[in-house]
Structures are given as C-alpha cells and as structure tokens.
Ligand binder design. Sequence first.
Ligand SMILES: *Cc1c(COP(=O)(O)O)cnc(C)c1O
Length: 465
Amino acid sequence: MSTLKNDLALFNKLAEVLINEEQQHPVAERIEANQLYDTLDLSLSNDAMIDDDFTSVLSDILVATPKTATNLFFNQLFGGRQSKAVLGDLLAVLLNNSMYTYKVAGPQVGIEQEIIRKSCQLIGYGEKSNGTFPTGGSMSNYMALIMGRDAKDPACGVNGMRKPLIIYTSKESHYSNAKNASFAGIGRNNIRYIAADAEGKMIPEKLEEQIKEDIKNGGIPTYVNATAGTTVLGAFDPIDTIADITQKYNIWLHVDGAYCGSVLFSKKYKHLLNGIERSDSFSYNAHKMLGTPLTCSIILVNDKKHLHNSFSNDASYLYQTDGDDFNLGKTSFQCGRRNDALKFWTLWKSVGTKGLEQIVDQQFDLANVALAYIRSNPDYTLYSFDNSIGVCFNYKNVDPIALCTALYEHQETVVGFGSFKEDTFVRFVTINANNEKEHILNFFKILEDFVAKTPALTEATVLHA
Ligand SMILES: *Cc1c(COP(=O)(O)O)cnc(C)c1O
C-alpha cells in the first residue's frame, strides 16, 4: 500500500477513536494549561516517530482536545457537525487546489461561483453582483470596509488617506470593526459607535444625528456596518431603515451576517434581513449557523466592480489563461487561497436549499425550547429576546462567570457568558442543528444539578453587574 492509503486507513481508525470518545465523554477531560507539556507528548525532536508510538500520541491528543461537535458544547457561535460538509472539506484537502486561477482550480471555481450566484439571488442582489470567500467574518468585514473606503475616496489606495473618513457601527457589533478601522488607515478614533435600543439593535435616528454632526465638523461619512445577529444577543439591526440613511448620504452599507446571516435560507426568518437587497455588501459564515467545518465565510457584493477596483492587481506570472470571470484571484485578498467552497457545496447539494432552511429553523426551534423553559421557571432571569439563537439568562443568584468557569472546569458542559449594557449573564447558543429538544432540557438539568451540589456557587456570590 502507498503511504497515502496507509495514512487514510489510520485516519479512519483515529476518526473512530474520536467519534467513540465524543459519545462517551462529550466534554473532553481538561488539561490545566500549565501542565499541558507534561501531560501530552507535543515535543518535536531530531528523531522520527512512526507506527504505534505515533498513532498513540495522535490518539491521546484527539481525546484531550475540546469537543465542539457534541451535544454538550454551547460555548461559541459554531458547534455540531454536518457530515456532508466534513466530507467536502476532506476532499478539498486531498485535492489541494488554490482558488486563484481556473488553470489550477478548474471546476472548483464553478463550485465557488455557484454558491455566490445562488446566495446573491436569494438576497435579491442583481446581475452585477458577485463575491468571494475570505478567511472568515473578520476578513469579510475588512474587505467590505476597504471597498467602502475606496468607493468614497478612490485616490486613497494610491496616495493614502488625506481626508478624515468616518465609519459607523453599533456598540453591540463585532470587535473586528475596530481592528479593521486601524488596518484600513481610517483610525479607531474615526469610528462612531451608535447606541443600541433595549433589544440590542442599532437606533437609526442616532445614526443620522451622528452623520449630520460629522458633516458639520468636516468629516466624510464613508461606511456603515449593520449587524445581522449581534455576537452576544443575536440582535438584527433594522437594515431597511438604515439603508434609507446610507442612500440619502451616499454611504457604503455593509451587513455583517457572520453569525446569523444564514437566515437568508429560511422563509420564516428571512424577514430579519428586510432591506438586505439595498446593501452594498453582505457577509455570512457557513461555519456558524450552517455547521460546515471552520472556516467558511462568504462576502457578496452588490456591484462586483468594487471587488475589482479594490482587490485586483495585475500579475502576468499568475493570470495566464481563461479571463477574469474564472480567475478568482483577481477579487480575493490573498494570493494562494484554500478551497472553502467545496464543503459548503457538498452540504448544499446533498440537502438542497430546503435542507439548509431546516438547519436554520431547527436552531430557532431549539432556542424556543430554551426560552419556554426559562420563562416558565422563576429561578431564571431572561435577558434575550425572540428571534435569537443566543439565549441569555441567569440562574438563581449564581454569578454567571463563576458558573460557566466551574461547569467547564468540572467537564459538565461548555458554555460561555456575555454582557449587554449593565448585565452579565450565561449565553447559551443553540447553534448545533444536530441537537434535539432533549439536549436543550438536558443542559438545564446538568446546570441545576451542578449548582445544587456546589454550594459555594450560591453562597457568598453576588450577581455580576
Ligand atoms: C463571528 C463573528 C464575526 C467574525 O467572524 P470570524 O469568522 O470569526 O472572523 C464577525 N461578526 C460577527 C457578528 C460575528 O458573530
């Protein structure tokens, strides 16, 4: 057998170890960070390690690595595992194309373009639209910002910024907005954080007030970032009303749907994106709500000329055949680019758009199970709202930070905390569409049993302000 065949057989063996382990220990046994190098053999040395030793080290590492696909992982904005997407990603690794040219990526170019074309259609972008697959939601936001900057000040890319460009986002938006302002040469001090209402949505009136103020002071309003699913509360900014304002003042409107933009696949929840067809760019992460392996982020642009204006550079050593529509490197940030499209395509192709809709709807159904449970139980305080898959709550008088940390340290379940305005709370994310109602109820049972047997949590703790 060739080496590859041997290694694929080893892969199957290790995958089985992992899958069994996930069933028996849905939360991996935690290794204290300061004991990591003493517990596992991670060392690299002059001597080769092969055969049984190699297999057993790999197996130990797999078992000890946090499990994100199990029904006790609720920590972040991804989780679970769509197996057809895993299949696609494994194939992408084997194929190992780079997405910059048709010459080296062939049909994979068409696969990526089909996802983009269909997504643009679903949100109502027209004939001129296109997009690309950046390395993640943060990079999608960065690319959008650069296009917005260049649209407002086309000389900026050549001469550097000479006028104070001002950008707007809500206080509840993702932190990449701040980093990106710094990378783009706009500067963190030129971001205006617009207040959110009681449900965490940007207040459009405040946005317009701020724009007027900046114009009065000689600033140039350039870019608005609206969020479809804020990172903590999962709130949707009112895109249609915001679009009235960006249109009036000729400002780029980007919608950051990294977390919940995938509602575009759901008849029931698509209304949360009302007005999306009026935006200049929109991004969503298939590795969040759609459960593909990390990373799978898509940015769509209403008029593709902006992608070309901001990202294409001629390179005769690279673009030798086939023309711009097939040489995707002309519209990407990086040069060599991983194939993130195939895993999404294998999922979409195998379940259909209807299947993607079910994946999305299931997460809201699970959130509704959690909401109903919390609302019917006086020991809980609820902080989140309808139409969100981030269910935020506190239990009795237990400090949420202490609770989440203790649950993790005792390998009970993995869940995180968040804050909104004055409150800090547990943020329980029902993003794993493989879960069923019983897994949600099981989470609450684990939490309650754990608090009952851990008196320190309810004694002397004060609720975090
Ligand atoms: C997760 C997230 C991002 C960042 O996406 P990455 O792929 O992690 O870089 C940006 N915006 C929002 C609203 C997010 O939830």
